[in-house]
Design a protein around this ligand. Structure first.
Ligand code: AMP
Length: 429
């Protein structure tokens, strides 16, 4: 009987949250491996924070009028505590840094995470309510080289996977002095236009007028396009920092464009901000992004901690890999399928299967002792094994087994004595 298709079944996972299994899961694991390795090559160490945090971890940091805090958090009330399922990684990371005093360790510290995030958004292609992010965070380093390193690392991750259809857009949000001057200029510019702006932008005007530049509303576009740009309001320090970041990116061979409308949706960024945008993803085109967030720690009542980081979405990365036909090739099944034909053969293969697994040679043996050749070969195909090892009564008597290459059908006899060594050789070629 064919298994029922997912949508015909009454019990379903929550909208916007998906199961991963089969070939898709295999492809995810292969991609995850490359991303983990790239982080480790750059000297980043993994950190895992809990899925639940006190709500303040996000409400105090991400920005009161951001979509995340206003409408997207999954919250839980439990014995007088308001908790939230993690909607993003950086605020929780900084909470952990402060709790464990990781910023007191000498010199720059590099961390990365790979965690599920939860946001109550309208699901569509590339946008889910549970999604996975890899994030890189570099703390205790205020240099432009640190910003350039973070952008180079994200670029390297995509390149290592063979992606090329994306654009690196960078901007500077200035230091606090530049921002104060720019904010004033934006207020003066937008105030007479308020009547024409979307409701969201009107709300942003009071608290964070710079965020209006991030608006996707049609009504705001003409005002946004003509708005003053931050360039004229930058202090010498902010200007020099941005120039050095660009120079280091050139040196690293990272192509980028400067986009003054990259302001990021979250409150805690300053100086460098960036986004990697794909032209293969439709509406949800942001592959990953980040920036400098030295001031985030202050929102927890601490002194500023120099920090820069990014987050990349796994679902969108997988969509982009598929669109560019760069999905990694993953073996569909184990190295070997053991096909005993009859009880005597099964008794030989049962201990062999244990030994092969001890030697790291992947194999599958079904505990059915009376199946014929046709049935066994069908199973070998089903499980996607590269080879099948066949053993019938005749072979047992001869002291051999037949090794069949499942992709080209070629087969040869191999002796049952020293069979593990011989299979190891086949495995390594
Ligand atoms: P953000 O934390 O909003 O800057 O997002 C960083 C990255 O996470 C984005 O560039 C996307 O790749 C991914 N991302 C954000 N929100 C979602 C979502 N709802 N579903 C899938 N991926 C997302």
């Amino acid at each position: 009987m064919e298994p029922k298709r997912g949508e015909d079944v009454a019990i379903q996972s929550i909208r916007g949250m998906h199961d991963l299994y089969g070939a898709e899961m295999g492809a995810w694991s292969a991609v995850e491996k490359v991303v983990h390795k790239t982080f480790q090559d750059f000297g980043y160490k993994e950190i895992r924070t809990p899925v639940l945090e006190k709500i303040e971890v996000f409400s105090q940091t991400v920005g009161e009028d951001t979509d995340i805090v206003q409408k997207q958090m999954y919250t839980i009330e439990r014995s007088d505590e308001q908790l939230a399922l993690r909607p993003e990684g950086t605020a929780a990371f900084v909470r952990a840094v402060i709790q464990h005093q990781l910023h007191r360790l000498p010199g720059a510290q590099r961390f990365y995470y790979y965690l599920p995030m939860y946001r109550y958004e309208r699901p569509q292609k590339g946008r889910q309510r549970q999604f996975f992010q890899f994030g890189g965070e570099l703390i205790n380093d205020a240099s432009p080289e640190a910003d350039a390193e973070i952008i180079t690392l994200l670029d390297q991750i995509y390149k290592a996977l063979g992606l090329s259809h994306y654009e690196v857009r960078i901007n500077t949000l200035g230091d606090s002095e530049s921002r104060a001057a720019y904010r004033k200029a934006l207020e003066e510019y937008f105030r007479p236009l308020l009547g024409e702006l979307s409701e969201d932008s009107k709300a942003r005007f009071e608290r964070a007028p710079m965020r209006i530049l991030d608006s996707k509303h049609e009504a705001d576009q003409s005002a946004v396009q003509k708005a003053p740009r931050i360039g004229e309001y930058l202090t010498d320090f902010a200007k020099a920092h941005f120039e050095s970041v660009k120079q280091r990116l050139n040196q690293a061979g990272v192509s980028f464009i400067v986009d003054p409308l990259i302001v990021r949706g979250l409150d805690y960024y300053s100086l460098t901000a960036f986004e990697f945008v794909s032209d293969q993803l439709g509406a949800q085109s942001a592959l990953g992004g980040g920036g400098r967030y030295d001031g985030l720690a202050e929102r927890f009542g601490e002194k500023p901690i120099p920090a820069v980081g990014f987050a990349l979405g796994m679902e969108r990365l997988m969509l982009a890999l598929e669109a560019s036909q760069k999905m990694p090739k993953v073996p569909a099944g184990p190295f070997l399928y053991l096909a005993p034909l009859g009880a005597a053969a099964f008794e030989r293969f049962y201990p062999l299967s244990l030994e092969l697994k001890r030697h790291g040679l992947g194999c599958e043996l079904l505990y059915e002792k009376d199946k014929n050749l046709k049935w066994q070969l069908k199973q070998a195909n089903r499980c996607g094994a590269q080879y099948a090892l066949l053993l019938g009564e005749e072979e047992v008597a001869k002291g051999v087994a037949v090794l069949k290459n499942m992709s080209d059908g070629g087969q040869k006899e191999i002796g049952l004595d020293r069979i593990v060594e011989q299979l190891k050789q086949v495995h390594s070629t």
